[in-house]
Every structure is written in C-alpha cells, then in structure tokens.
Design a binder for this molecule. Structure first.
Ligand SMILES: Nc1nc2c(ncn2[C@@H]2O[C@H](COP(=O)(O)OP(=O)(O)OP(=O)(O)O)[C@@H](O)[C@H]2O)c(=O)[nH]1
Ligand SMILES: [Zn+2]
Length: 363
C-alpha cells in the first residue's frame, strides 16, 4: 500500500508549484526537463537555473510566437533561445504582451528547431491549466529523478501524464441544498467537484424539471466583472439574470455556472486581455497576443453535469453554436436553441460584433 500521491494528484501539486514559482521536473522516455512558469519566475531562480550550466529555452505557444515574429518549428509550439545576457525582464517581456507596443524591438528572436516537443507541450499545458501565461522556462536535464529528489521537486511521468491532459477530470456531486431566489422560491444549488483539484462548478436548478423532457438550460461561464460588478464591457450579467428570470417564469430550468472565467484563461489573464483591448486589439486578437486560443473552455464539463443530474436533452439558451455542437457531441440532445439577446450597450457593441464576425456567434 502506498500513501504517495498518484499521477493526477502530482499534476495538481505541480500546478500549485508553478503558480508559486517553484520548478517541477518532467521525466519522459526521451529525456527530462526542469520547468518554471515565466510569469512567476524571480531573479534568484533565473540565476540559479542559469548557474546549472546548460542553456534553457523559453517555450511559448505559436500564437504568442506569431506576435513576436518568432519561428515556431513545432506546429503549436516555439522555443525561444535565451540570449547570453537574458534578464528576468527579458523573459517577462517575451511571456507577457503588456508592453509589446511600448517596446516593440524585442527581436529578432532566435528559436530552436530541436528539442523535446512532448515535454515542452506538456509544460505549456500545465501552466495554462494553472491559469498562468503560456510561457515556460525549460532546461534539459540528464537525470530528472535525481534533480527532483535532491531539491524536493514534483516529478511527473510525462509519458503517462500527456494523455490525461486532454481528458476531462471526473466530476462528483458534493452537496445540494434549497436556495430560494428572487426569480423562483423553488431554487436549489448543486455543487460538483472535479477529482483533479480543479475548480468546482455549480448547477442552479429551478423548480422540478422533468428528466424525460427537454429542460430549459443555460451553460453560463463565470464572469466576475459582468456577473458581480455589472461591467458594461460584456453581456454576461444581463444574460445570467435573463436566463434565471426565464426559468423562473417557466417554473423550471437548470443553469450551470461553470468556473471557466475569461473563456477559460482565468481572471488575471482576462484583465491582461482587457488591457490589450485598451491598446486597440479586439477580444480575439488580445487572446492570441497573450498566447491563448480564442476560447479555452471545456464544455464537456457542462454536458457531464447535465447527464449526472439526469437530463438527456435541453432547450439551450445561447447564441454560441459551439456550445450546441459540443452538447450534441457529448450526448446531450439540443432540441431547440433559445436566443438570449440582452444587455447590448455602447461599450460592448464592438465586442459582440467581433464575436459574431470571428467566433461564429449568432446575432
Ligand atoms: N478572454 C476573454 N474572456 C472574456 C472577454 N469578455 C468576456 N469574457 C468571458 O467570456 C465568457 C462568456 O462568454 P460569451 O462569449 O459571452 O458567451 P458564450 O458563453 O460563449 O455564448 P452565449 O451562450 O451566447 O452567451 C465569460 O467567461 C467571460 O468572463 C474578453 O474580452 N476576453
Ligand atoms: Zn462577461
């Protein structure tokens, strides 16, 4: 019997390490690497890594590389070679586009053709799922397990971990309780917890929707700024309240509140995107400059919660065809799309137009 953490638990621990600026070791069949998130690197750790002698690279996504005019030799991945005098501010300026316009002359950046793409890709996925900028300092190691043991670092079996990164963590119901709401006194809040230490997600059930008929449903993605603060930059607050009001009026429905803030990039990165939008980039361009895809959400979570609650088909409140396709793909039938057009204003008009033009949202 072993009390040691299993692979999924070690990955969760590694995400916490990376968020704190602690290195982790990835160990694969073709080699090992020491990995640090660029965003949480400090000058001392950079000096310590450089003192190890070997030359580290900064792995970034091809999206970020495109902005930096750096060649990505490995599809979605580029490895920027550190100049001999690389400083912490150089690393941060490659990782973070905040000052791209102020200091456009970062390059030309040299990128490496060779390297352990599997390890680099895994490292980037790890920092993304830790809601950090997709940029990692990677140093090839001769003996990964020895480095991990000597420094008490998390050691990840990369070959075993890689397939897990694409899988959705199993979710388990934790508790549900009555929650009278303004829209309906017959409200109930359910909490679901993933096994991988990730964010919990919620389901607000209104009334007692039948399980053998399509339920009025909404998959709402967390938006702290819109849902709580009444931000005018998006339409999330009015959509949240509009969906609940419609469920209250019909007497039944289910609203999933998925903790995938900022289309899955986290609130800090969403605020970075907002800052880029203030510099003139639209919502999609801002995500790309940061190194992310337009939309990093995983809607399988929504389908899974609906199925766990006994719903097989929905009347889905959305303007996003991607959500409909994903529900169908995951075995939840969408019998009707119910449009949810509320909350347009002078501040979000261009944002909504961009989503229609670039992300396929229905107007
Ligand atoms: N990255 C990023 N996320 C944003 C931005 N504005 C809003 N969000 C997030 O986008 C998510 C809401 O996505 P929407 O595109 O409005 O809606 P949707 O869920 O795809 O589609 P609907 O069902 O039609 O509402 C929330 O998680 C918000 O936090 C932005 O400019 N950048
Ligand atoms: Zn919003």
């Amino acid at each position: 019997m072993s009390l040691a953490p299993d692979l999924i638990e070690t990955l969760a621990r590694a995400r916490a390490d990376l968020r704190m600026g602690v290195p982790v070791v990835l160990n694969g069949p073709k080699g090992a690497a020491l990995v640090l998130a660029a965003e949480t690197l400090d000058a001392q750790r950079l000096a310590d890594v450089l003192a190890l002698g070997a030359a580290p690279v900064l792995a970034i996504s091809a999206r970020r590389a495109e902005t930096l005019k750096a060649r990505a030799y490995d599809g979605d991945l580029a490895r920027v070679i550190l100049p001999p005098d690389a400083s912490l501010s150089w690393v941060l300026s490659v990782a973070d586009p905040a000052d791209d316009l102020k200091t456009p002359m970062k390059g030309p950046l040299a990128t490496a053709r060779d390297g352990n793409a599997e390890l680099h890709r895994l490292a980037l996925t790890l920092v993304k799922t830790a809601r950090l900028l997709p940029a990692v300092l990677v140093l090839d190691l001769a003996d990964g397990p020895a480095m991990a043991e000597a420094n008490h670092l998390s050691l990840i079996d990369a070959g075993a971990a890689a397939p897990h990164m694409q899988e959705m963590s199993p979710l388990h119901p934790v508790v549900n309780a009555r929650l009278p709401l303004e829209v309906s006194e017959a409200g109930r809040l359910h909490i679901f917890r993933p096994e991988d230490g990730g964010e919990e997600h919620y389901a607000v059930e209104i009334g007692q929707p039948r399980r053998d008929a399509p339920v009025l449903a909404r998959l709402h993605s967390a938006c702290f700024t819109g849902d709580l603060l009444g931000s005018l930059k998006c339409d999330c607050g009015p959509q949240l309240r509009g969906a609940l009001a419609q469920m209250g009026a019909e007497g039944a429905g289910v609203l999933l509140y998925l903790n995938q803030e900022g289309r899955g990039i986290g609130l800090a990165n969403k605020m970075r995107a907002y800052s880029l939008q203030d510099q003139g980039f639209d919502t999609v361009e801002a995500n790309h400059r940061l190194g992310f895809e337009d939309d990093e959400r995983d809607f399988r979570i929504g389908a899974e919660i609906l199925k766990r609650m006994g719903f097989a088909s929905v009347r889905l409140l959305t303007n996003n065809p991607g959500k409909i396709a994903m529900m169908e793909h995951c075995g939840v039938a969408v019998t009707e799309r119910v449009p949810l057009k509320v909350g347009e204003n002078a501040h979000n008009r261009a944002y909504l137009a961009t989503k229609a033009a670039k992300s396929g949202h229905m107007l």
